[in-house]
Structure formats: C-alpha cells, structure tokens
Design a binder for this molecule. Sequence first.
Ligand SMILES: CC(C)(COP(=O)(O)OP(=O)(O)OC[C@H]1O[C@@H](n2cnc3c(N)ncnc32)[C@H](O)[C@@H]1OP(=O)(O)O)[C@@H](O)C(=O)NCCC(=O)NCCS
Length: 154
Amino acid sequence: MIQIRPATLEDIPEITSLFRDTITHINKKHYSEKQINAWSSGADDVEEWKKRIAKFYFIIAEIENNMVGFAYLKNGNYLDGLFVHKDHQRQGVGSKLLRIIESQVMMNDFEVLKSDVNKTALPFFDNKYFEVLKKQNKSINGAGFENYLVEKQL
Ligand SMILES: CC(C)(COP(=O)(O)OP(=O)(O)OC[C@H]1O[C@@H](n2cnc3c(N)ncnc32)[C@H](O)[C@@H]1OP(=O)(O)O)[C@@H](O)C(=O)NCCC(=O)NCCS
C-alpha cells in the first residue's frame, strides 16, 4: 500500500508543503513559535531543495499516488531528512522510508547510518534501535535547537 519512488524536481511544491505542514503541526509540540517559524521557513528555499534532489538519494512515499512522506540521504550514510505527512503519522510510513534508506546505506558499503534527530522524532529512532551519541545544539535559520546525534549499526 505504501509505495516508494525516487524524487524528481516536479515534486518540490508537494515536498515543501508537506515539510512546512509537518513542522507546524507535529514538531510544534516540542519547539517554540520562533523555532518553528525559523525551521519551517526552510520550505521556501527552492534552490536548496533542487540541490538536495539532484545530489542526494531522495525518496518519496506514496499511498494511492498521494505523497505521504519523504527521506533523503547525504554522503552515502547520513540521513539528512525524514518527514511524514501530518495526517499519516503512525501508519508505518516512516518505518518503510527508513527501511529503504538502510538498504541504500548498505548498498553504498557503509555499516553505520548516522543522523541528527530532534526531540519529536527521538522515540521513533529509539524504536528503530538507534543509539544516542550526544545531545547537541544546532542553529537553523538563526534559531537554536537542541537535538541528538544518533547512529545505528547495520
Ligand atoms: C518521526 C517520524 C518520521 C516517524 O514517522 P511515522 O510514519 O509516524 O513512524 P511509524 O508509524 O513508522 O512508527 C514506527 C514506530 O516508531 C515509534 N514512534 C513513532 N512516532 C512516535 C511517537 N511520536 N511517540 C512514540 N513512539 C513513536 C512507535 O513505536 C511506532 O510504532 P507503533 O505506531 O506501532 O507504536 C514522523 O513522526 C515525523 O514526520 N515527525 C516530524 C518530522 C521529524 O521530526 N522528522 C525527523 C527528523 S528530520
């Protein structure tokens, strides 16, 4: 039922609206309005999304041809983004995207998958056997964020 396919440049409008909606509805539980505004404004940087699609392993999850999530892998083994549609949380979409990302990391000949994950997503990564290496501070569009450096042995 959940189909995975590579992203194309035509997906950018849907990717950016999903990104903005998920942050403003799901991540807002753990972050201030200022942080949410700074983070979700990343949706407007179309050039950056074009680069991500062109350079990274970038995949889309669909249910009945509707986009329900996406994920992208940078440098072969760094999960740089994983977002599930606000109305399709806890339906296994994140798990399926992660499974495909993990297969790609192994095909790239890496034994470890790394990421920086935010507070909202930590229970998901914990459920997927990621280990927290350290808590850290990151700046996104001028706002400070606490997040966690995690990794998983594959
Ligand atoms: C994190 C995220 C990608 C997970 O995607 P998802 O499709 O909802 O995850 P799944 O349905 O595959 O969840 C698998 C398991 O992870 C755990 N899990 C997921 N979200 C959880 C939550 N909010 N609280 C506790 N456990 C959670 C559960 O054990 C779940 O299994 P269950 O639903 O059978 O109990 C999604 O919540 C999301 O888009 N969050 C906002 C964006 C974000 O923070 N992205 C990550 C960093 S870039």
